[in-house]
Design a protein. Structure first.
Length: 162
């Protein structure tokens, strides 16, 4: 039996599956407690917001949605070109090792090339060895000299009021 894999852009009708993937990813990353978004929030941010919203591609294997990639454009002043930032990549555990993640990343790289982007980048949790090894196998480079900083909640509000 040959397995048929396809990658397509998500539509508004896909919000429930996208949200289920987000929750499954949060479970995998041991961050379920941080998911405060609802299906309505996902629907609005992906399909109800003005231009510039995040985008999603879905992987389907033998008629079943098995993974997704959520991404948006960023910009490099050094390159003078936009890029793509991959916020989330997730494949259901039982479908890993079948080329789904690689095909999602390949399609995302093709989108970056089609849109004349200068880079494709993402973050990975430092404990996530399987993902790190997968990314290294694709010749992705770790940006070890960079540290991510974040403001949320009260710290974000306090800074906004200075």
């Amino acid at each position: 039996m040959t397995e048929a894999l396809s990658i397509r852009f998500a539509t508004r009708e896909d919000v429930p599956i996208i949200f289920s993937f987000i929750k499954a990813l949060a479970d995998y990353e041991k961050l379920s407690h941080e998911v405060v978004a609802s299906e309505s929030d996902i629907d609005h941010s992906l399909f109800g917001a003005p231009q510039g919203q995040p985008e999603v591609i879905l992987a389907r294997l033998n008629g079943k949605d098995v993974g997704f990639a959520l991404f948006f454009h960023n910009y490099s002043t050094f390159l003078g070109r936009k890029g793509i930032y991959l916020e989330d990549l997730f494949v259901l555990p039982e479908y890993r090792g079948k080329g789904v993640g690689k095909n999602l990343l390949s399609r995302l790289a093709a989108i970056a090339v089609e849109r004349d982007c200068g880079r494709l980048e993402w973050s990975v949790l430092d404990w996530n060895t399987p993902s790190i090894e997968f990314y290294k196998s694709l010749h992705a480079e770790a940006m070890d000299e960079w540290t991510v900083y974040r403001l949320t909640g009260d710290a974000l509000k306090n800074l906004s009021q200075l």
